[in-house]
Write a protein that binds this ligand. Structure first.
Ligand code: TXA
Ligand code: MG
Length: 318
C-alpha cells in the first residue's frame, strides 16, 4: 500500500519489506522495544545508507538482529559459559549480547570493534521480516540521531519519510525503551546500557552481573558517547509535579497533578512498564504540541526504572 510519503513505501507485509531490503535498501521495521532501520548484513551500500539517513557517527556499530538464537554461533567466534543460560532465559527478547565477532563477518556495520552485538526480537512481524531477508539484519533504532527512538510507525515516518525506502508498519512497541546491552566478552557480564531486561532479571539467571560506571561505559559502548533521546522542548526531572508550571508545559509521571487546567497535557502511566512504554511517545508528542517544557517525574531506579531513569537523565542533559 502506498502512502502519501514521497518515495517511502509503507507496508504491513514483511515479505515485501524483505524484498526491498534484499535489493540493497534500508527498511524500517517494528520490534518489541522500538522501531529499527535495518539492512541485510551483506549489503554494505544499505548499511552506508543507514548511517547517512540517521546522521549516525561512523564509528557507532549496529546490532545484528536474528530470527533464531541458533544463528548466534554463525556470527560469534566464541562464547563464555554463562551465555547459553542468558540465551535460554531471554531470547527472543529485549536483550542484546556483545560477543566476540567471528572473523569472516563483513565489517561495515561493526566499525573499530572486534565484537558484535546480537539480538533476537520478541516480535512476530520482526521475526518474519528477518526470516524473509534470509540473513542477519543489522539495525539501529529508526530515529534521526539525537531524537527519541520511535515507538510508533508514525514516529518513524516523521523522522525518515522520503529518505528511507520502506517502513514495515506494526503496532506501537510494547516495551518502549531499547534493549539491555550486555557485554558478554568478560568473565562477568556487564550492562553497557540498561534496558527492558533489568539487572534484577539478569541476576536471576547469572548470579554475578556488573553495571558499568559512566566513564568506562563511554569507551566500551560507542553509542553512549552521544546525546540521545532528547526532544526540542526542555526536559525537567522532578520528584513531584510542580504546583505552578510554566505556560505550555507537559507532565508525565505516576502522581496526579493538582491543577490539570494549568498543564498543556498530562500523562499518567499506571506503573513502570507503562511509563517505559509511553515515555518516548510523550517526548515526541510534546514537540508536536509545541510544548515549552516536559516535566518528567523521577522513578525508583530498580527494575525497568533503571532504564527509565537512564533515558530521562540523557533527555534532560543539555
Ligand atoms: O532495542 C534495541 O536495541 C533497538 C532495536 C531496534 O533492536 N536498537 C537499538 O540500536 O537501540 P541502537 O543502535 O540505537 O543502539 C545500540 C547500542 C548503541 O549504543 C551501540 O553503540 C551499542 O548498542 N553497540 C552496538 N554494537 C556494540 C558493540 N559491539 N560493543 C558495544 N556496544 C555496541
Ligand atoms: Mg538508538
Amino acid at each position: 500500500m502506498k502512502s502519501g510519503v514521497p518515495d517511502t513505501l509503507i507496508t504491513d507485509d514483511p515479505r515485501l519489506a524483505a524484498e526491498i531490503c534484499r535489493t540493497g535498501r534500508a527498511v524500517a521495521f517494528p520490534t518489541e522495544t522500538v522501531y529499527g532501520i535495518g539492512a541485510a548484513i551483506d549489503c554494505p551500500n544499505a548499511i552506508r545508507e543507514i548511517y547517512s539517513i540517521k546522521g549516525r557517527p561512523a564509528n557507532n556499530p549496529l546490532i545484528a538482529h536474528l530470527s533464531d538464537p541458533e544463528q548466534i554461533s554463525t556470527l560469534a567466534s566464541s562464547r563464555r559459559g554463562y551465555v547459553n543460560a542468558l540465551v535460554d532465559a531471554f531470547m527472543p527478547g529485549p536483550l542484546t549480547l556483545i560477543l566476540e565477532r567471528a572473523g569472516h563477518i563483513p565489517e561495515s556495520a561493526f566499525p573499530e570493534l572486534p565484537t558484535i552485538a546480537v539480538r533476537v526480537p520478541d516480535h512476530n512481524l520482526a521475526l518474519s521480516f528477518i526470516d524473509a531477508v534470509g540473513s542477519p539484519v543489522v539495525a539501529p533504532s529508526a530515529n534521526r540521531s539525537g531524537r527519541p527512538s520511535p515507538t510508533r510507525w508514525e514516529d518513524v515516518r516523521d523522522d525518515l519519510q522520503g529518505s528511507c525506502a520502506c517502513i514495515l508498519r506494526g503496532d506501537p512497541a510494547i516495551r518502549g525503551v531499547e534493549s539491555t546491552v550486555l557485554d558478554c566478552t568478560g568473565e562477568v557480564p556487564q550492562i553497557l546500557r540498561p534496558g527492558s531486561v533489568s539487572l534484577e532479571d539478569l541476576r536471576q539467571v547469572v548470579a554475578d552481573v556488573r553495571t558499568t560506571g559512566d566513564v568506562e561505559l563511554l569507551s566500551r559502548s560507542p553509542g553512549t558517547r552521544y546525546r540521545h533521546y532528547a526532544p526540542d522542548a526542555e526536559v525537567v526531572l522532578v520528584d513531584a509535579p510542580p504546583v505552578n508550571p510554566p505556560d505550555g508545559a507537559v507532565f508525565v509521571g505516576m502522581s496526579a497533578v493538582g491543577r490539570p487546567d494549568r498543564w498543556l497535557k498530562t500523562f499518567h502511566p499506571a506503573d513502570l512498564s507503562e511509563y517505559a512504554r509511553m515515555l518516548y511517545g510523550v517526548l515526541r508528542d510534546a514537540d508536536r504540541l509545541g510544548a515549552s517544557a516536559v516535566f518528567c517525574q523521577r522513578v525508583e531506579s530498580a527494575g525497568v526504572g533503571a532504564a527509565i531513569m537512564d533515558r530521562l537523565s540523557r533527555a534532560a542533559a543539555r
